[in-house]
Design a protein around this ligand. Structure first.
Ligand code: TPP
Length: 558
């Protein structure tokens, strides 16, 4: 073994794991950055805030299935921890490095220092300190192992020294890398065949079954097997928001996103089902509209890689523990296509429910109104986003509009969304574009969401991270309108609008000023050409769409 510095070891290991970008606000692990320049091709993206650095790492991870790496010195550590929360909620493998306390000086009122470690506890799968340089290799390996294994999630390593100066020290170390843990999933655990057959028999016997596919399907790369099984047995498929790209929205068996930020047809189909098959979903509040869709007690089966998820919220007739792709492949092998005939009437029923949704919302999806309806933006994105694109949605109204009104057209398109944090999508889109420079990345965000990290337009321009960001600009956070109407007894005062409205701002002009392409869209017919221009541009693009402030997304049906 050779004597090497922590910095050399860390730089070599990150490169060995295939890390292409790291996201941070300096100054942390400075020597490691110098070694990255000498020894690797890793791009060191310094951002305008630690939270957006974490969101970029998260977008990078979700787009690629490979851990996204973000970093902060001690004073930025809690900003970084705040940014891990969405990754934690969405099971995204993000690895966070921070600088931390030195035993020689702690408790002496060191400049900028508090004990940050506890703050990482609720948002990580593993939260550890690196106190001796000889531990770099095994701790970094464990960080990757934990981030991608089982249900993936964030990891935090705190390096000794406020700026992680431990990386200057030397030890006999081998920068050994286990490439198996460079991406999700490192293992595909085989299920117990008896449990697979039990679940399959229930599915085949059911007259009105539905599959609810979640983020575990995308983590496992099991979309193809899922759609094949659904087709073989004629079973309609709803998805969680996190599993939206498990099946294209235009597929005849797709009924839409179920739950709270959902499509009416999905909630109605799941509500009428006589058997619900949950695959790779936590069956959390958002996916089940707080356990009302389906109702607790409905006959249910569940497939998950995490034993503790099985039956957490719905009592099960059958539970299968294993990797989604592996389980679905076994089901496909054993499935009897002849049983599909039993579900002819059910499929007709689900098609008619979907048709009713289309008839009800068609006028909004095709609306020529000015200011523009958000539904019309979603419909234009459905039509014009390229087949290989990654589409990313913010939360709040953006999550509702896109979850309910936007459809993926092709199995080759990707989709993911904020798991709850407003402002996540724009930086996440930049991270996704870093991970997949060859694919178009299209972000949908509200203006309240866009304001959070607007400074990252500069980062995008500086690094030529050419994502396209579509801003639903109603000069407000109008998702809050309903809530304030309610607390004012049905009718807000004029003054109450100060709680959720902003000054009108032209984001296209701001984008242009910073060096991005900015396009202002005020009429629906301008949307498609603006998207085409943005996608063809050789710089980041912001499509600023002026929309109707009174437009409210439909609420979930039960
Ligand atoms: C970090 C964070 N803070 C607050 C919220 C609550 N919240 C949800 S949506 C929303 C306003 C959304 O505004 P915008 O993005 O402009 O979309 P619009 O509702 O106007 O369509 C707020 C404040 C949140 N989801 N996340």
């Amino acid at each position: 073994m050779a004597k090497v510095s922590g910095a050399q070891c860390l730089a070599d290991m990150l490169a060995g794991y295939g890390v292409t970008h790291v996201f941070m606000v300096p100054a942390v692990l400075r020597r490691t950055f110098a070694e990255m320049e000498r020894r690797t091709k890793i791009a060191r993206i310094h951002t305008h805030g630690e939270k957006s650095a974490a969101y970029m790492a998260d977008g990078y991870a979700r787009a690629s299935g490979r851990p996204g790496v973000c970093m902060a010195q001690v004073i930025g550590a809690l900003n970084l921890a705040a940014g891990l929360r969405d990754a934690h909620l969405a099971h995204s493998p993000v690895i966070a490095f921070t600088g931390g306390r030195d035993p020689k000086t702690k408790f002496r009122k060191v400049y900028q220092e508090v004990d940050d470690v506890p703050a990482f506890e609720p948002v990580t799968k593993w939260n550890a300190t690196v106190d001796d340089v000889s531990r770099f290799p095994d701790m970094v390996r464990q960080a990757f192992r934990v981030a991608v294994s089982g249900a993936p999630g964030p990891v935090h390593l705190q390096f000794r020294g406020n700026e992680g100066q431990i990386d200057a020290e030397e030890a006999d170390m081998e920068p050994l890398v286990e490439t198996q843990f460079a991406r999700v999933p490192p293992f595909r655990p085989e299920p117990d065949l008896k449990s697979v057959l039990a679940a399959l028999n229930l599915l085949q016997d059911a007259a009105r079954p539905v599959i609810v596919a979640g983020g575990g399907v995308r983590a496992s790369g099991a979309a193809r097997e899922l759609v094949a099984l659904a087709e073989k047995l004629s079973i309609p498929v709803a998805t969680s928001l996190n599993g939206k790209d498990s099946i294209p929205g235009v597929h005849p068996l797709s009924v839409g996103v179920v739950g709270t930020y959902s499509r009416e047809s999905a909630n109605r189909v799941v509500g009428e089902a006589d058997l619900v098959c949950f695959i790779g979903t936590e069956t959390g509040g958002m996916t089940t509209h707080f356990w009302a869709v389906p109702k607790i007690g409905v006959p249910a089966i569940q497939i998950d890689i995490d034993a503790e998820a099985l039956g957490r919220n719905y009592p099960l007739r059958a539970a299968v523990l294993g990797d989604a792709q592996t389980v679905l492949s076994h089901m496909l092998d054993h499935a009897d296509a002849k049983t599909a005939g039993r579900r002819k009437a059910w499929l007709e029923r689900t098609r008619s429910i979907c048709g009713e949704w289309r008839a009800k919302y068609g006028p909004m999806l095709e609306s020529d109104a000015v200011p523009i309806r958000p539904e019309r933006i979603c419909a234009d994105l459905t039509k014009h986003v390229p087949d290989d694109a990654i589409v990313i949605a913010d939360t709040g109204h953006a999550g509702m509009w896109m979850g309910g009104m936007f459809d993926l057209r092709a199995a080759t398109q990707g989709y993911f969304r904020s798991a709850g944090h407003l402002g996540w999508a724009f930086p996440a889109g930049l991270g996704a574009k870093c991970a997949s420079p060859g694919r178009p990345v299209v972000v949908f965000t509200g203006d309240a969401g866009f304001w959070y990290h607007i400074g990252e337009i500069e980062t995008a321009v500086r690094w030529k991270i050419n994502s396209v960001t579509v801003v639903n600009n109603n000069a407000s956070g109008n998702q809050s309108k309903r809530g304030f109407d309610r607390v004012y007894g049905g009718q807000q005062t004029e003054q109450a609008r100060e709680l959720w409205t902003y000054r009108p701002v032209n984001f296209a002009r701001i984008a242009e000023d910073i060096g991005a392409l900015g396009i202002r869209v005020e009429k629906p017919a301008e949307l498609a050409p603006a998207l085409a221009r943005a996608l063809a541009a050789d710089r980041p693009a912001v499509v600023d769409v002026v929309t109707e402030i009174e437009a409210l997304a439909p609420l979930a049906v039960t």
